[in-house]
Write a protein that binds this ligand. Structure first.
Ligand SMILES: [Zn+2]
Length: 168
């Protein structure tokens, strides 16, 4: 189920209504035993609270940009963390530390196209064609290879979104 979640960054959104819908969606995900893909923007702890209440089976916090502690909480709730264009920016120090140091079972790769363009096409339309170079950047941060990162993140995606595994 997704993309669901909470956005505390965009002005003019009704927070209480967001929480109300998010909780109803989490309940549906739990009742139908489907994974969740979540938008989490300036809302890490509120999203974690919802996950602890409804305990959906698994999922992804897309475009993750929290702390190491918040990352641990998501991982303990059987969620993976999405990394993409934002981690290609040299000034994104905290995000790059996360991308470098999180356990290999924690991450999935994402485009979020047309949003979150990588540094080399700053602010232009993002698309999946940029993902291989994003993966190279993240693999370098991890002092790993793009082959290892691709294989591991594929396995992670299939673990949290089991329908992907059926597609081979
Ligand atoms: Zn989003």
């Amino acid at each position: 189920m997704g993309e669901i979640g909470l956005d505390g960054f965009v002005h003019g959104l009704n927070w209480d209504k967001q929480v109300q819908f998010f909780h109803a969606q989490l309940k549906l995900a739990r009742d139908f035993d489907v994974p969740v893909v979540m938008h989490v923007r300036k809302a890490q702890d509120s999203v974690l609270k919802g996950l602890r209440i409804y305990k959906p089976r698994s999922g992804i916090a897309h475009a993750f940009n929290g702390s190491f502690q918040q990352a641990d909480h998501f991982l303990n709730l059987n969620m993976c963390l999405g990394f993409g264009g934002a981690s290609t920016f040299t000034r994104a120090l905290q995000l790059r530390r996360l991308a470098a140091e999180l356990p290999e079972s924690a991450m999935v790769l994402e485009t979020d196209g047309p949003d979150i363009a990588p540094e080399w096409i700053n602010k232009q339309r993002n698309a999946p064609e940029h993902l291989p170079r994003i993966a190279e950047t993240i693999a370098e941060l991890r002092q790993s290879s793009v082959e290892v990162l691709s294989r591991q993140t594929q396995l992670n995606a299939q673990r949290v979104l089991p329908a992907l595994a059926l597609q081979g």
